[in-house]
Design a protein around this ligand. Sequence first.
Ligand SMILES: [Zn+2]
Length: 178
Amino acid sequence: MTGPFVLPVRDIVHRPGEMREHTLEVSAPEKWGEGLVSVPHGETVVVDLRLESVHEGILASGDVDTRYVGVCSRCLTDIAEGVEVEFQELFAYPGEEEADFEVQDDHVDLETLVREAVVLSLPFQPVCQPDCPGLDPATGERLAENAGTQQSEPLDPRWAALQDFTTTNDDESPRSRG
Ligand SMILES: [Zn+2]
């Protein structure tokens, strides 16, 4: 059993009351999350972990500290935010009843547990700031940056193209007439 989130628990299996603490610092082995924001592949994931031996198995609890990146759901600006989430799950000893997580060969693999805890905590509609006003429906520009300044770069290349076209016609290109 191998993987960045695999830990040996041989010294505490079937010894209820025993407890071990670990701090893991792992690179996310893949992108976590499919929404507007996700934890990028290779991002540092720090797990403060407590493994307690209980009668049914190994109880894993702790917290995860990492970072997500993506775009604001209102104005599409790039954002990057820290995310910290707690988890607790029992790794059951293999037995007759099927368990979501099991102790295997005296090891526990925390990857699925940690990934699911992080992904579930990612905001479904992330914002660059709590009061982000979003985009101007008429111009497609960010309202937040537009306040107070007359000229700002259009975000959408289609708007940039339109602006060039307008400028060219008004100021520069002489039209061939008659
Ligand atoms: Zn925003």
